[in-house]
Design a protein around this ligand. Structure first.
Ligand code: VAH
Length: 316
């Protein structure tokens, strides 16, 4: 990768990915795009407005910036998608098709963020294989599974260098997520600092794959820089760093905040989505084909998250 266009730059991943990429490739070599004007760090470097459904505009921006890589992060998350399936399909599918076409026109490498949501209730739940049945039951997951196949098609048919990751729930302290099912694992840290307690919308005993954001950012660059001759898979690799339920993340928080209290007020929609996803992924393909090796486990993430949030949320 030398010159990178990022879509959805203001989102939960994009807002940390852009500064991370700029620290590696140089600020002027990373063009951030989103549907609304940038805030904070994003405003420091190159930025342009882009609705990912506008393929002509995307092609213009790629050409003018001389991008050799498109990292396509724009999308509507799972729970929000169920509230407005047609809009979620429009952004997550038509937006990805438009960006893929623009990347093909300019022979750019293309990164697609898939998700554990690309699996469904008939997928083996524990140690979910890299290659297995995918019958997702959310519009978000159906879009992710479809776009995984379309990205593979663009590689097979047009020899486009498409690569993707099936992200687990991602946890970060920079930009709160919006509309995801795994968001409880972010909000719990904010409430642990501000309230000393949290009411979970996901039930006790509901396991989902998770990962700390620094490991996700490193995985994107590692995959995109990997030797293509070593890739037996492309779209998209299972990756995960940990699998836990609300009780286990609460226990980890109590190692730092002993009196932390966890209660439950289960949201039927997000609980049903969580129950349709695997409990834990088999990440051996990612390890063998491009050296995936996350650095954060639950307790290390908890200590870092609480430290960073305390700095930001607790007035001195
Ligand atoms: C969501 N955070 O909850 C996203 C992600 C695996 C979950 O795709 O929708």
């Amino acid at each position: 990768m030398k010159r990178i266009l990022v879509t959805g730059a203001g989102g939960q991943i994009g807002s940390e990915l852009v500064p991370y990429l700029r620290s590696i490739y140089g600020e002027s070599n990373v063009l951030a795009t989103d549907v609304k004007a940038p805030e904070g760090d994003l405003a420091q470097g190159p930025f342009d407005l882009l609705d990912v459904r506008d393929g002509r505009r995307a092609s213009e921006l790629i050409g003018a910036f001389k991008a050799d890589t498109v990292i396509h992060m724009a999308g509507i998350l799972s729970a929000k998608g169920e509230e407005n399936p047609n809009f979620a399909w429009d952004i997550n599918v038509n937006g990805t098709v438009a960006m893929l076409e623009a990347a093909r026109e300019h022979r750019c490498a293309f990164f697609f963020p898939s998700s554990i949501a690309a699996f469904g209730p008939t997928t083996p739940r524990v140690n979910t294989p890299q290659d297995t049945i995918q019958r997702p039951t959310t519009v978000y997951g159906i879009a992710k599974a479809s776009m995984e196949m379309l990205c593979d098609y663009y590689h097979l048919k047009f020899n486009l260098d498409t690569r993707g990751l099936r992200f687990p729930g991602l946890i970060s302290y920079v930009t709160p997520p919006g509309g995801g099912t795994t968001d409880y694992a972010v909000h719990i840290y904010y409430d642990a600092i501000t309230k000393g307690s949290y009411t979970s919308f996901i039930a006790k005993g509901t396991y989902m794959d998770m990962m700390y954001m620094p490991d996700a950012l490193e995985a994107i660059v590692q995959l995109m820089e990997a030797d293509p001759s070593k890739l037996k898979h492309r779209n998209a690799f299972n990756i995960s760093a940990m699998s836990f339920d609300p009780e286990e993340i609460a226990q980890s928080i109590r190692k730092v905040i002993p009196d932390f209290k966890l209660e439950y007020d289960v949201d039927p929609l997000r609980q049903s989505i969580a129950e349709s996803w695997p409990d834990s992924l088999d990440c051996s393909a990612a390890r063998e084909e491009w050296g995936f090796a996350p650095k954060y486990d639950l307790d290390r993430m908890t200590v870092h998250m609480l430290e960073k949030l305390k700095e930001r949320l607790v007035k001195a």
